[in-house]
Design a protein around this ligand. Structure first.
Ligand SMILES: [Zn+2]
Length: 202
């Protein structure tokens, strides 16, 4: 499995192209269509997975879906964020959800040869999702290499953040990719998660 990170011009958010042979998935949608196309190179994009609905992660999702002829996967709680740019913090406004597959509980997906486990992890937003693909966890803005996501934005919650960090600790990953910044290892995250679980449990 190949994971390629593309840094967007929207707050330097990360968009990922995950591929296995000719099968590909895109995690998040902050990069313009031209930027992302140079990483697809004829691969077959089978889905766009959103970690949450903030504009810097979801801005181009509908364009990706129409360009590549696939669906967008997101938490059901994303809908109110897509409809209201005050909630997604950008110029994003989506009212037509025909390209979307929403889910409201943890779910397994098979995209050709790529298996995905989706975990609902609110805290940074109501609509946070972590995706485990092989041994890589795509965590969006829930967890960073050093630190955790903000909980003071619309729909954020310290209590849900704490519960989600506990959930992430229990997931069997070797590498974690965040919505901004660098990849981290299991060991780095064991320390990071422990620190913030302790901090939020006070
Ligand atoms: Zn965010």
């Amino acid at each position: 499995m190949l994971v390629e990170k593309v840094v967007s011009k929207l707050l330097d958010s990360n968009t990922f192209v995950v591929s296995n042979g000719a099968d590909a998935l895109i995690v998040d949608a902050g990069c313009s269509i031209d930027q992302i196309k140079s990483f697809i190179r004829g691969k077959h994009v089978l889905g766009v997975l959103l970690t949450h609905a903030h504009y810097d992660h979801a801005m181009y999702a509908v364009q990706y879906a129409s360009e590549f002829g696939c669906k967008i996967y997101a938490s059901s709680a994303s809908q109110e964020y897509f409809k209201d740019s005050a909630k997604n913090y950008g110029p994003l406004k989506i009212d037509d959800f025909k390209d979307f597959c929403f889910f409201s509980k943890d779910q397994d997906f098979n995209f050709g040869s790529i298996n995905v486990k989706a975990f609902l992890t609110p805290g940074h937003s109501k609509c946070g999702v972590c995706y485990l693909i092989k041994d890589v966890l795509f965590a969006g803005d829930l967890v960073f290499k050093k630190g955790i996501g903000r909980t003071d934005l619309y729909g954020g919650s310290k209590l849900q953040m704490l519960e989600s960090l506990k959930r992430v600790s229990a997931i069997n990953f070797n590498f974690l990719q965040s919505g901004h910044g660098d990849e981290s290892t299991r060991e780095e995250q064991s320390r990071n998660l422990k620190t913030f679980i302790k901090f939020l449990s006070r």
